[in-house]
Write a protein that binds this ligand. Structure first.
Ligand code: ZN
Length: 179
């Protein structure tokens, strides 16, 4: 029997830093709505990784947002207080600021995902939940699928044109699997 209200609420929004994005965070956190900042995308240099992230954005699984300056200032002040300021990049501060903004706007259903101790430390001082990804260094294999450029239908197997509307298909990565 369901006993309502007694179960702790799992965070449903995850804010990812650059390492979390690049180390398979989007795959691990598939049940959550993932956010990151534009600076993280700029740090993703390879075409392959970029295409991978764009596929997640196309599917609505990754949103990119810039936090207001007031939140960035609070992240910066907190980093100075904790002594982590020197260890944090501008991108790290943006990520912390976005997690702070979303936490305050949406309550406790947000967590910051980072394996960087300095990022975690500042987050905890701001009252932002955080978690490590702790992804083992495994080789991952991308599961590709094909998405219609017009209607968005997704086909598991390669087809040249969409079986629904007849427009061109584009390759997208659905998930990664351990090799
Ligand atoms: Zn179509």
């Amino acid at each position: 029997m369901e006993r309502g209200g007694s179960r702790p609420k799992e965070p449903c929004i995850a804010v990812l830093d650059a390492t979390a994005v690049l180390c398979g965070g989007l795959e691990v956190l598939r049940e959550k709505l993932c956010y990151t900042v534009p600076e993280v995308l700029e740090e993703v240099k390879t075409t392959r990784h970029r295409a991978h992230l764009e596929a997640f954005m196309d599917l609505g699984l990754l949103k990119v947002s810039t936090p207001p300056g007031s939140y960035v200032n609070r992240a910066l002040e907190a980093a100075k207080r904790t002594g982590d300021y020197e260890r944090l990049s501008k991108t790290d501060l943006q990520v912390i600021a976005l997690a702070l903004q979303l936490s305050e706007e949406r309550g406790e259903s947000v967590e910051l995902v980072s394996d960087d101790y300095a990022v975690q430390n500042v987050a905890s001082h701001l009252g932002v939940k955080y978690r490590s990804l702790k992804v083992r260094p495994i080789k991952l294999r991308v599961k590709w699928a094909y998405k219609c450029t017009a209607c968005g239908s997704i086909q598991q197997e390669y087809v040249e044109v969409c079986p629904i509307c007849g427009h061109k298909m584009r390759r997208v990565s659905l998930r990664r699997e351990e090799v």
